[in-house]
Design a protein. Structure first.
Length: 268
């Protein structure tokens, strides 16, 4: 079992190569069984490496794949610290929900789009996970996507995406870093209701942060420091975008960019 310090040095060396090449990185994937029996130290080592090399406060690492319908695939947050300050940090374990059903890790075994979502749009692993409301993260390897120039995996991916958009109209595509930031904000943002005002404490920033609150509120105004934003009304949750809100039966849904620290939302 390697210590978090040793793993952090190892991962940090790799991240420094990327930084020297002009590439920004907030997390890592893991080859084979790397770290599978040592996830807490892997999480801490990744957190240390990302913070030391890039200054990132929310690190992520992709380690496990879960295809069992009875198991959750929600991201897991490790080692959250400094939550009452604006220097909070954590490490987020991203969990894939599919196998590599595109073209395999070596680009030698063609996959099958039906394992993700069937032609009738009713079955498949992506349908299971999306219907559960959890993040649905597909797993692939570049050799299988490229498939020695035949692009077998890439064409399977395009078929899957087409079917998903045929079935659903509410999908949002995010990078792993964006999922990690959102999950950290979701887990640790504190919101209290004070009359016609929401008081927010957020240790982690997040774009397009979305909350649903009871009551038919109107004309929300978001404020953080000297910045004030009047949120615009849309007619349905499907139209929500940055700095918008909509009524939803007896509730109100709001979407806004969430900065670190203290903010308020005031209603008429």
């Amino acid at each position: 079992t390697k210590s978090a310090d040793e793993l952090g040095e190892y991962i940090g060396y790799a991240l420094q190569v990327l930084k020297d090449a002009g590439l920004h990185c907030d997390g890592v994937t893991t080859p084979g069984g790397f770290g599978s029996r040592n996830i807490p130290n892997l999480a801490r080592g990744t957190q240390m490496a990302v913070r030391d090399v890039f200054g990132g406060r929310v690190a992520h690492f992709f380690r496990d794949v879960v295809t069992d319908i009875n198991q959750s695939v929600q991201p897991q947050v490790f080692h959250a610290e400094g939550l009452e300050s604006e220097e909070a940090s954590c490490s987020v374990h991203i969990i894939g929900c599919t196998g590599d059903w595109f073209g395999g890790w070596d680009g030698l075994n063609p996959g099958d789009p039906d394992r993700f979502i069937t032609p009738d749009l009713n079955e498949g692993r992506m349908v299971e996970v999306i219907e559960s409301g959890e993040p649905a993260i597909m797993v692939c390897h570049w050799p299988g996507i490229y498939y020695n120039g035949d692009k077998v995996g890439f064409n399977i991916f395009k078929t899957v995406v087409s079917r998903l958009h045929e079935k659903y109209d509410h999908l949002i595509w995010l990078k792993l870093s964006e999922i990690s930031s959102y999950w950290a904000a979701k887990e640790f943002t504190r919101i209290t209701n004070s009359g016609n005002q929401l008081e927010i404490w957020a240790p982690f920033e997040c774009t397009d942060f979305t909350i649903q609150i009871p009551g038919p509120w109107k004309n929300p105004v978001f404020k953080h420091g000297e910045k004030t934003v009047l949120l615009s009304r849309v007619n349905s949750s499907g139209q929500l975008a940055m700095n918008t809100w909509c009524p939803e039966q007896e509730e109100t849904i709001l979407t806004f960019d969430l900065p670190r620290g203290k903010s308020t939302i005031t209603f008429d």
